[in-house]
Design a protein around this ligand. Structure first.
Ligand SMILES: NC(=O)c1ccc[n+]([C@@H]2O[C@H](COP(=O)([O-])OP(=O)(O)OC[C@H]3O[C@@H](n4cnc5c(N)ncnc54)[C@H](O)[C@@H]3O)[C@@H](O)[C@H]2O)c1
Length: 360
């Protein structure tokens, strides 16, 4: 016999939650991607764009004529019907915009990096906690299927001990006054923090500012994690072609992640070296392992859409997003240490122990 379940209260009959009334701030290079995804996701209603540049505002209106452009952030913050802000303005503006939004009781998703200094990032985290609203940094790569696959391999102990990671993130990039470290390092740092789930203790950096002093176009970072894993990260806006490659070397498997390689972005190599400690001096045994190479199937998904889904889910449930504020804070602290090391000729700089980690 088929049993029928009846809702105990009228309110339980399929009452979908109303969409989160959302404003996107900034419609430059990245803002249009956020606008498109906000409009596509059912959890959100795009109620306005906040943009100060007239031409950018007109470009938005040509595409989305039924949504107003407002240049005054205060007007938006004074509107109690607005639930959330998604901020895609340049990094040096993040602290002021996000602080005002959090103080006004809005949930905030802010593009990477959370802020440009650790003090500013800490201030945002504290403000969000005090006002009991969600602050989420937009570390989009954490939602990309290849990054999630590597995290799964680590969780299932397929890779073994994580010895080191090398990363190259290069192209003929968009020159920005915040410098290449601020632009590109948040991607590698957030991915590594998500994979390893341990704090960064030290960063050393070298680099080159070809056109303007203090604005490096190229930087080489060496990052040390608490568990001993090291990562070498090469960042550049001055490169002949686009390279987005990370190699993870573990004791059991090695992984190559090439973000430009489509559905073969991940290759798992059964390769390595076994070293047996000698019983007698000089009689060590070294064997090489060279087994299969596997390219696992990856679910096709747009990372930005999954990121927005996580933002909405966490606003509604109070859960911690995958790209959480403490991870964003650690990214900023490591980025700041890299910038300090660069200015001091590459000396290793300790990353202060800010890691009050709130992993979901
Ligand atoms: N997740 C990613 O892969 C990714 C990729 C690119 C950029 N980003 C991030 O997106 C953010 C924006 O980068 P971008 O390259 O689009 O910058 P951009 O300079 O191209 O655009 C920024 C826009 O913000 C507007 N703006 C600035 N201050 C404002 C204010 N107070 N109120 C309203 N509008 C304001 C500007 O007029 C401009 O149109 C940065 O934090 C960047 O790091 C993320």
């Amino acid at each position: 016999m088929q049993t029928r379940r009846f809702p105990s209260r009228i309110g339980e009959i399929n009452t979908p939650e109303p969409p989160l009334r959302t404003v996107v701030v900034g419609y430059g290079y990245w803002g249009p991607n956020l606008v498109r995804n906000v409009m596509e996701r059912p959890e959100f209603e795009l109620v306005a764009l906040c943009e100060r540049d007239l031409a950018r505002g007109q470009a938005f209106s040509a595409k989305v004529p039924n949504v107003p452009v407002i240049d005054d952030l205060e007007m938006i913050l004074d509107d109690d019907t607005i639930d959330a802000l998604i901020v895609a303005t340049p990094p040096h503006t993040h602290h002021a915009i996000c602080k005002a939004a959090l103080l006004a009781g809005k949930h905030v998703l802010v593009e990477k990096p959370l802020a440009t200094t650790t003090l500013d990032a800490l201030d945002l985290v504290d403000t969000a906690n005090t006002r009991d609203v969600l602050l989420m940094p937009g570390h989009t790569f954490l939602y990309s299927p290849p990054v999630a696959k590597v995290r799964q391999l680590i969780d299932r102990d397929v890779l073994g001990d994580m010895y080191f990671v090398t990363s190259a993130r290069m192209n003929l990039g968009k020159y920005q006054k915040d410098g290449v470290i601020c632009d590109l390092a948040p991607h590698d740092l957030s991915i590594l923090l998500h994979w390893l789930e341990e704090p960064i203790v030290q960063v050393a950096a070298h680099g080159r500012s070809v056109f303007q002093s203090g604005v490096p176009e190229t930087a080489f970072l060496t990052v040390t994690f608490a568990g001993g894993t090291t990562a070498n990260i090469e960042l550049s806006w001055l490169a002949p072609r686009k390279v987005r490659q990370m190699v993870v070397v573990g004791s059991r498997r090695m992984v190559q992640y090439d973000d430009t390689a489509g559905d073969e972005a991940i290759r798992i190599y059964d390769r390595g070296m076994e070293f047996e400690t000698p019983e007698n001096f000089g009689e060590y045994q070294l064997t090489y392992r060279s087994g299969d190479i596997v390219a696992p199937r990856l679910e096709p998904a747009e990372p930005l859409s999954l990121e927005l889904q996580d933002f909405a889910r966490c606003i509604r449930t109070g859960a911690t997003p995958r790209s959480h504020a403490y991870l964003g804070l650690e990214v900023v602290a490591a980025m700041e240490a890299a910038q300090e090391s660069l200015m001091r000729g590459g000396v290793p700089v300790a990353v202060a122990g800010i890691s009050e980690r709130a992993v979901a």
